[in-house]
Each structure stands twice: as C-alpha cells, then as structure tokens.
Design a binder for this molecule. Structure first.
Ligand code: SAT
Ligand code: MN
Length: 622
C-alpha cells in the first residue's frame, strides 16, 4: 500500500502536494523544515474538510458544541489571550522612519512599533524552529476579495491551529480554487504558530495553547510577510484580517495608489428609491457592525450591508471611488449585541458560527452582557471562564468584553446584492468618528477633501476592550487605523491627501459622534437604528440640499433639518450641536500637540494649514 505523500519528510495527511503551485510548495516546505510539524494538512476549503475541522476541534476540547443552534461551537481561550496585542505588534522595515514618525525627544511614540529586519530574523530564530512539533500544519490558501478580481490579493497561511483554520474558512475565501488564479505569481506569506510545541512544557489552560510572554505579530511590508507567534486570538492569528487586509494591504495600497481602510461599507436606499453607498471608519467597538446592518425604525429605508470592518477602495477610470470588502465573514463583538441594538446580527449568528469567550446557557445556547432581557428564566449560565451558575452578583462579566462571533457574510439577511462584485460599489460619502463623550457634535460635514483628511487624522476615541487597554481614556486614533498603520503616519496622511485629483469625484467627508453625553452623563442621542436620521441627512448633503450651516469646525445641520419625528425621547438640539469654546480650545491645542509630538516633521504642511485655519475660524489666537 502506498503511504501518504510527504513534504520535507513530513506526512501530508490531507490534499495532494502535486496540486500546489511551485512557489506555494517551496513556501510550505520551508515552513515545515523550520517549524517541524508532525503532519501537514493542505486545506481545500470544502464542506467535508470543515466537518473534519469541527470534529478535530471537539476532539482537542478546543470548542464545545452549542446544540441549541445549527452547527455552532464555542471556544473559551486562555484568559491571557483575549484580544489583539498592540504592544507586541511590529512593523519591520530597513529604516525606522519608514514605519513610524520620529516622536519629539522625551515623548513615547504611539504610532506603531518598529523592529529592524535583522532583529526580526533573531526573533524568528528564537521562536519558530520546532514550534509546531507534535502539531498539524494547516496550509490555508485564501483570497482577500472576490477570487480573481483585479482588486483582490492572495495569501497563503501556515498555521498550527485548527481553530484558526476553521475561522479563516469563515473570514476569507479559503480553498484550493485560489491556486488556479494564483498560478506562479507571488502571494502574501502568512506564518502563524500558537507557540506550544508538544509535549507542552507548561499546562495548557482551557485547552487553548498560547504563549503570551513570547507573543509577536510582525510584518515585513516590503516582502509581504507576516510572522505571528504565541496567540490564537482574532486579529493576532486570523492573519487575513488586520495583518493582511490593513497592515500589508495599506502598504501595497500606498505603492499602487489605492486605500486599505478600517471601514464598514453600507448601502442605503431612501424612501424615494435613491441608493447611495457610504463607508465609515470607527475604532474597534464603536458600533461599526451595528451601523453596517442598521435596522431603520422609520419605514421606507432599505439598508444593505457590504462589510463591517475593512474596505479596499480605488478610484475607477471615471473618477468614481469604488470599494470592496476583502473579507468573507464577520468577526463581531458579542456583548451589547441584542434584538434592540442589532436585530440583523441576531438573525445571522446562530448558524455556522464560531463563538469565542461568550458565556454558555444550560440549554446549549450562549449568553453575554446585553442579552439579559432575552434570556429564558429557567436556564443557568456558565461564564466564559467556566464559573458555573454565574449571576450578576459574581462581580465579573459573564462574557469577556471582547467576546466575538465569527460568522459567514452569506448568513447576513441584508447582504448587499453587490457584496461580491469584483468592481466594488461606488462610494458617495466617507464617515469618521469615535466615542467622544464631550464637545464633538452629532455630525458635521467637512469643508473640503483636505479638511476631511485633517478630520480623519485627528480622530480620537475612548479606549475599548478590542486591544489590551484598560479604562475609558480618550486616545488619538488617526483614521481609526492607529493599531493598523504599517508605514509612517505622516506619509499615510499624505497618501490620503494625494487621492484628490481634478477628474475624480471626491466623496464628501463627514465626522459623526453617536456618543456625546450631557452633564448628567446621559447620551444625548439614542443611536443604533435611529442613526438612519443622520445617514439620511448625509445622503441629502451628497446631493447638495441646502440643509447645512457654516460653523468654525465645518458644516452643521440647519436646525430641524435632521428628521426627529417619532423619536422615543425629545432631543436637545442645542446640546447635541453646541461647540463649547473652552472645549474647542483644549481640543485644538491637543490635536496640534499630538501632531507635533508624534508626527513632527512628517506631518504634511496642508494639515498644519487646516489646523491654523480652523483655529482662526474658532477665534483661537496663539
Ligand atoms: O483585531 S480583531 O480582529 O481581533 C478585532 C478588531 O479589533 O476588530
Ligand atoms: Mn476592526
């Protein structure tokens, strides 16, 4: 009997190495030689293979079944591996300045971590040799974007985690048909290991192998390589997402003259039947997923979702900005998701979904903060850390605040008909925003492309639990891309400025803030579905309806021009839109100081001009 084929003396237990393009075979051979897995699994993306993944995850006790739903499982991680680790994420280039601007002397840089290529080689040598011993190397061919589309890019990920293999199958177009379009072309090389060769030297907590001390997520932006070690979680391990689509993606986009952004894409049809697409950049956990699949309480509006996290955008030959969602699934935050905040998500996440770090109910379902009203009274709850009979008195949350669902796009009942179209959808408006309890109005329209770029660059938001930050500190987050910047932030802003060309129809840029509070600490705007009222105003502004008034920071809605009819509670227009003088003095000073300290000489002069002009309009003298 013939045995299984081999690659570098390692048995191939699934797939045929002869079907691999030459460069892919060379890549997997090299990684196998370095990491020394026990077995190699060449993934094909098939339904049968997915059944194997689920069986293997169950056998390894990596997940448990959720019999209440259709084909859903729950993974509970080592409590030390629950979010992206920004402090361990590196951009590796020849020169430091290519990756991050030079901060002012004595100031700690916050616009990314740099590592030299030489240092990276050392770090790789001290981690990867033999790191997959006793494990299976899954080779995952995937396309970000529709397979074969001119905007799409191919990656090949080697990972020793079956959870990652199963999740990548949801989040990307993963399968061996990718090889057909790839041929002998280059691809983004993604290497991932949980960093726990077997037999393990330390106990594996929750059957979730990881090595938090040695975690490293490194990017070689020139040669399109990602080296990720020590974490199995989300953005650290599903390398198609932040690492490829945003960090490597924006480096490619810079070279090729397009944009890879941390943005949702949504199509809105108004009661008159006019449809427009809008993209929106918000930091993680500011409601991108909810906005991308908003349910309008006002009849007559139709919302269709293209994506909730990442947009790749190019101007076409007619000067129209077109966007695709490079992803194939949603990796959304669970806590806070319920029938009020996001009924569409509640319709889509209970089949073919991998949940991570949510709590479990005794009837084989899931639970998280925000689902209290929807919970059956007779069930008991086991928290994400395994605490049985969890109640609110336990003092700890039932689900981790960054608990996630990983669900295929096709589950979304309001998926846009053009979600998979290779040419992308035409974009009319770009939104920036964050969580700002104070001073920033519900919405303003920027005065020009340049002013819009300035507004995007000066975005700040309260910290969330998508990364390792604690508390609610307001942090600068230019373009909501700070954790995903792969080259000097000053050059990033410059790249945005350079998008403006005479023949192009530049989308209008708006800034929104759903999170402004009054002095008593109550939100001034109900948010969620009611945001349709703001989107409607934006759509009308895209058609230049005269419903805006000048203000020092941009154009504000004329009083009464946002439809407030039928809102559950009265709105205080004055408080929603006021521009407190002392706040704006502080804000402008803070933005200027931030740019000076963090970006310094790399800040494009056009942005300095925008700051000066805005200060003049605000009547702030030196
Ligand atoms: O980076 S993750 O993909 O884990 C989550 C996020 O920030 O959107
Ligand atoms: Mn995100």
């Amino acid at each position: 009997m013939m045995g299984n084929p081999k690659i570098e003396n390692t048995e191939v237990v699934h797939g045929n190495p002869q079907e691999l393009p030459k460069k892919v075979l060379a890549f997997v051979s090299e990684i196998a030689q370095l990491c020394q897995p026990d077995k190699i699994w060449l993934c094909d993306g098939s339904e049968d293979e997915n059944k194997d993944f689920t069986r293997l995850m169950l056998e390894e006790n990596l997940v448990i079944n959720l019999p209440k739903y259709e084909n859903c499982v729950l993974a509970r991680t080592n409590p030390q591996d629950v979010a992206r680790m920004e402090s361990k994420t590196y951009i590796c280039t020849e020169e430091k300045r290519e990756a991050i601007p030079e901060p002012k002397p004595g100031v700690k840089g916050t616009l990314g971590n740099w590592m030299s290529l030489k240092q990276l080689d050392e770090e790789i040598k001290s981690r990867f040799p033999g790191c997959m011993k006793g494990r299976t190397l899954y080779l995952l061919p995937f396309s970000m974007g529709p397979i074969g589309s001119p905007i799409s890019h191919v990656g090949i990920q080697a990972s020793d985690s079956v959870y990652v293999a199963a999740s990548m199958r949801i989040m990307t177009r993963m399968g061996k048909n990718v090889y057909k379009v790839l041929g002998d072309k280059d691809f983004v090389k993604c290497i991932h290991s949980v960093g726990v060769p077997l037999p393990a030297q330390k106990p594996i907590i929750n059957n979730w192998p990881c090595d938090p001390e040695k975690t490293m997520v490194a990017h070689k932006t020139k040669t399109n390589e990602i080296w990720s070690y020590g974490s199995g979680y989300g953005g650290n391990s599903l390398l198609g997402k932040k690492c490829f689509s945003l960090r490597i993606g924006s480096a490619i986009a810079r070279r090729e003259g397009w944009l890879a952004e941390h943005m949702l894409i949504v199509g809105i049809t108004n009661p008159q039947g006019v449809k427009k697409y809008i993209v929106g950049a918000f930091p993680s956990q500011c409601g991108k997923t909810n906005l991308a699949m908003l349910t309008s309480p006002i009849p007559g509006y139709k919302i269709e979702c293209v994506g909730d996290d990442i947009a790749w955008m190019r101007f076409d030959e007619n000067g129209v900005l077109r966007a695709i969602n490079p992803e194939f699934g949603f990796f959304g935050v669970c806590p806070g998701t319920n029938h009020h905040t996001n009924p569409v998500a509640m319709d889509m996440i209970f089949k073919n979904t991998i949940f991570t770090n949510v709590a479990k109910t005794s009837d084989g379902g899931v639970f998280w903060e925000g689902l209290e009203k929807e919970l059956k009274t007779h069930v008991s709850i086991t928290s994400w850390t395994g605490e049985k009979h969890w109640t609110r008195d336990s003092g700890k949350p039932a689900a981790h605040p960054n608990a996630r669902f990983c669900t295929p796009l096709v589950n979304c009942p309001i998926l846009d008909p053009h979600w998979n179209s290779p040419e992308g959808v035409p974009i009319s408006a770009i939104l920036f925003g964050g969580r700002r309890p104070e001073g920033i109005p519900l919405i303003y329209e920027t005065r020009s492309w340049k002013h819009g770029v300035y507004a995007g660059a000066s975005v700040s938001s309260e910290a969330t639990s998508a990364a390792e930050y604690k508390g609610h500190k307001v942090m600068h987050d230019p373009f909501s891309a700070r954790p995903f910047l792969s080259y000097n932030a000053g050059k990033y802003i410059e790249h945005w400025l350079q998008m403006e060309k005479d023949y192009r129809k530049m989308p209008k840029i708006f800034h929104v803030n759903w999170f402004r509070k009054n002095k008593e600490g109550h939100y001034l705007w109900p948010g969620f579905g009611e945001n349709i009222r703001v989107l409607d105003w934006i759509m009308r502004r895209c058609d230049n309806e005269p419903i805006a008034v000048e203000s020092p920071i941009g154009l504000l809605p004329k009083e009464g021009s946002i439809n407030l009819e039928g809102l559950p509670d009265p709105i205080n227009w004055e408080e929603l839109f006021e521009l407190p003088e002392d706040f704006w003095k502080r804000e402008m000073n803070d933005i200027e100081t931030y740019f000076n300290q963090q970006i310094g000489d790399d800040l494009p002069p056009a942005i300095r001009e925008e700051i000066e002009n805005q200060k003049k309009r605000l009547g702030i003298s030196k």
